[in-house]
Ligand binder design. Sequence first.
Ligand code: ADP
Ligand code: ZN
Length: 551
Amino acid sequence: MATNDMTAPARMLLKEIFGYSEFRGRQAEIIDHVVNGGHCLVLMPTGGGKSLCYQIPALLRNGIGIVISPLIALMENQVAALHKQGVRAAYLNSALVPEAAAAVERKMLAGEYDLVYVAPERLLTARFHALLQRIPIALFAIDEAHCVSQWGHDFRPEYGKLSVLPEKFPQVPRIALTASADARTRADILRCLDLREARAFISSFDRPNLCYRITARSNSRMQLLNFIRSQHAGESGIVYCQSRKKAEDTAAWLNLHSIPALAYHAGMETAVRTLHQKKFLLEKSTVMVATSAFGLGIDKPDIRFVAHLDLPKSIESYYQETGRAGRDGLPANAWMVYGPGDIIRLRSQAGTEQIPAPIRQAAAARLEALLALCETTDCRRKPLLGYFGESTGNQPCGNCDTCLETIPVRDATIAAQKALSCVYRTGQCFGTEYLIDILTGKQTDRIRQWQHDRISTFGIGQELSTEGWRIIFRHLLALGYLNAGEDRAGGERITLQLTPAARNVLRAETRITIRLLPRHQTPYPENSASLPTSLAPDACESELNNNLLAT
Ligand code: ADP
Ligand code: ZN
């Protein structure tokens, strides 16, 4: 297909309808691609400007742009904003009375819209299908496309059924947009929407103006107060808490200490909640203390900090929530405290028996990645951006706590070598807890059954506690020396495999350091035992070279 240069007409719309003089990031490329009939995946951080990527092509192409969106409130906001700009747009969702929905459908047939936002369940009805068959469609934009994935945290079964789009309307450009997709979720989107051959436009997720700081919790309220007083007096910020009660108590407590604060959570009366949101948006120096219910669609440019008093449930949530700070591009802080209590809470949430095994596994893997971000001794941006498949090229960012300050660390290379050897010696088909049992020399039935009490790594790790070994495994996973896979035997556990980089650790060419956790019993004795000769890097080396790391 010969492509037409749509730059000039797209630029004109950008200016005249949306009032902007320049495209941002990859917007121009994406718009050009879609206007010319191409399918694509657009991965762009929140606030990056995804909407224009389908709105402008919908205006330039013949027919109606159909936007699939999971959130009624966002749909309504978008349509209201478009109306202000003079764009002919409407939405169809369960909030509309049948007469109003019928009127929208009539106008669609009459060609009176450029954009129609639809809830996914509506798109799947036979009636709506029949309607779509009768009108020209400019494109399908699948917003929040990560909802197709069971592995993601926002799985929506109706989204999973959007595979009808490529089947029924193969010629209509499909543009899938999301701000949150790890590698697995991304693969699900490509499969479900048949975009494997399509172009992917992946923007950097880095927010250079955000300074990330994560510290161990001691007295979190005092820590928060000191943080706000010393760095953000008179400024606007969000404090995220896990529970509604904690959000309310913390807001009240901040007010007592002369920091103007409001609470926000889903359990509050709508009128109060809306009032608090409005005040926060308008006022220059109000702190919003909220649960994760707060934030969707919040576009306040001068939020100077986002503080977490509890760990969010995943790196994605952390990234989304911290991403609300510093939208104006000026320096802003992402500050968090965490402690063992968070780990226990999140582990128990992830492990509830009612949840199907694959989803539980995915949740566990997400949790491990989050903990690794907390505990890294390296630049925070490495695991953070790494989670979104982006490399920092090993360059320290210079704008996170680990880059800015010296942190107490301890060398754990020998322990790491023992752990990696144990994974290797047991055939790379077991999970962390079992491997720890072997390292610490537990005589369990399962170990005897597999005769793993006879291998060289049995009992060589007695110098560390179980928790100490968990930290080692977490680090190895986080830093990419181990991969978590599904149990090949169809069991419910995550199993660990070595990656090519593991060889460097076994050869002691890469040293592993771990953060010393304050207020914990340190998992390390002062003098770590040295590696037994049977496990010395050389003993594994040839085998590793031959069988294992050839990929
Ligand atoms: P996303 O959906 O990626 O979170 P939006 O499409 O809502 O982001 O855009 C975020 C903000 O950026 C909006 O206020 C939008 O008007 C603004 N914006 C988008 N594109 C541009 C641009 N080219 N120039 C200036 N502002 C833009
Ligand atoms: Zn850094």
